[in-house]
Design a protein around this ligand. Structure first.
Ligand SMILES: [Zn+2]
Ligand SMILES: [Zn+2]
Length: 385
């Protein structure tokens, strides 16, 4: 089958200490310290067959994600920018939707013909975090599109337990094209759901809320906060196109943080109370955290979802006086997150569709990559079939 494959050279930085498991599995925990000179092209690879507990999915749509771009971007020494788990060569793509076309002998909950999306994080099930039900912190993780072959291909093999039917979305959508589009855009909402509901314990209806950054995670945050009953959602975003998308996702007030000081805006728009819940979805900690610290309300929550390999100084004293919380969250695995997000979409409480800003045929994946680099986009999808 045809697949879009990324390869890079295994060349650990001189100061990087490889673990025993990294040497054994060739799976780098910190990709940006190990992989150099990335290169990607279309290749003919073997069509996957299901193991006893697997399914094979015929791909329909695959989304581009910030992490996919970080595989291609390199630093001055040619190392990839993506700092997480990686094993190459690999078929990229972890935000996907398609139809199950084959199931393993032990698979019972899903059948051939089922339209599905996938939970991309595959927990080991036996490490300490897994055994205390913390799958997002698994110490021997595999991830579709990061350490196992992903969706920029005709078919992908996925453990059946990582598949979620998207059939229920049909009642809400006009046609199957929209079904697969939405299925491939579920992932950012699951990341937000995990952070907001599972890690932060939810948001009180009537809360004043703030989102920094209106990329896919920020846009999904806006929709999720609305669905949870926030009284106001204030957004800060530097690109004009994304500010427009934030309006479409339901933001109440949108500002360019380079033009208006976020803390001044928040204090004025909350009648001086400050924000009950603020989400960092910009991955720009040096800019956002000090401002969020100053605009937190009494008992306010600062929820960090964005990733940024930066050391920042925060001043905890005022937060302590207010009894505020700093919550840091990662991942989207487990905790019933996927079915909850799918129900919200099926019920019309959240709608991913306004987030879609570009769709490209599989053969034009290079164009999709360049478009994603422009950073003014919401979600870009590749139409695999
Ligand atoms: Zn992603
Ligand atoms: Zn584990």
């Amino acid at each position: 089958m045809k697949a879009f494959v990324l390869d890079a050279t295994w060349d650990p930085r001189p100061d990087y200490q490889l673990s025993e498991s990294e040497i054994r599995t060739r799976k780098a925990n910190i990709g940006s310290s190990v992989w150099r000179h990335p290169r990607a092209d279309f290749q003919d690879v073997e069509t996957p067959q299901p193991g006893p507990a697997d399914v094979i999915i015929k791909l329909r749509r695959v989304g581009f994600c910030g992490s996919d771009l970080h595989f291609f971007e390199t630093d001055d020494e040619g190392y990839i920018r993506y700092p997480g788990l990686t094993r190459f060569p690999i078929v990229l793509g972890h935000e996907l939707a398609g139809d199950v076309v084959a199931v393993g002998t032990r698979v019972t909950h899903i059948r051939e013909g089922e339209p599905v999306t996938i939970e991309d994080m595959i927990r080991c099930g036996t490490c300490y975090p897994c055994r205390i039900d913390q799958p997002n912190h698994c110490e021997d993780l595999d991830e579709i599109g990061f350490s196992l072959n992903g969706g920029f291909a005709e078919y992908v093999r996925v453990p059946a337990r990582n598949c979620w039917s998207i059939r229920m979305l049909r009642s809400r959508l006009a046609n199957d094209a929209q079904l697969y589009d939405c299925g491939a855009m579920v992932e950012p909402f699951t990341v937000v759901y995990n952070a907001l509901v599972h890690a932060a314990g939810g948001v009180r209806p009537g809360a004043f809320t703030v989102v920094h950054g209106a990329g896919p995670i920020g846009l999904a945050s806006v929709a999720m906060l609305r669905a949870c009953g926030a009284a106001k959602v204030i957004v800060f975003e530097v690109t004009e196109e994304r500010r427009r998308l934030a309006t479409m996702m339901g933001a109440d007030s949108i500002h360019d943080p380079r033009v208006s000081s976020p803390e001044a805006v928040v204090m004025s728009e909350t009648d001086g109370f400050g924000a009950d819940l603020q989400i960092e979805a910009a991955g720009a900690f040096a800019h956002t955290l000090p401002s969020m610290e100053r605009s937190a309300s009494l008992k306010g929550t600062i929820l960090v979802i964005g990733r940024d390999a930066a050391h920042v100084t925060i001043f905890p004293e005022p937060l302590q006086v207010k009894g505020a919380r700093l919550v840091l969250a990662k991942g989207n695995a487990g905790h019933g997150t996927y079915p909850s997000v799918l129900r919200l979409i099926a019920a019309g409480r959240i709608d991913p569709r306004p987030m879609l800003t570009g769709k490209y045929p599989f053969q034009e994946i290079d164009v999709a990559i360049s478009a994603s680099r422009a950073r003014g986009h919401g979600k870009i999808l590749v139409d695999v079939a």
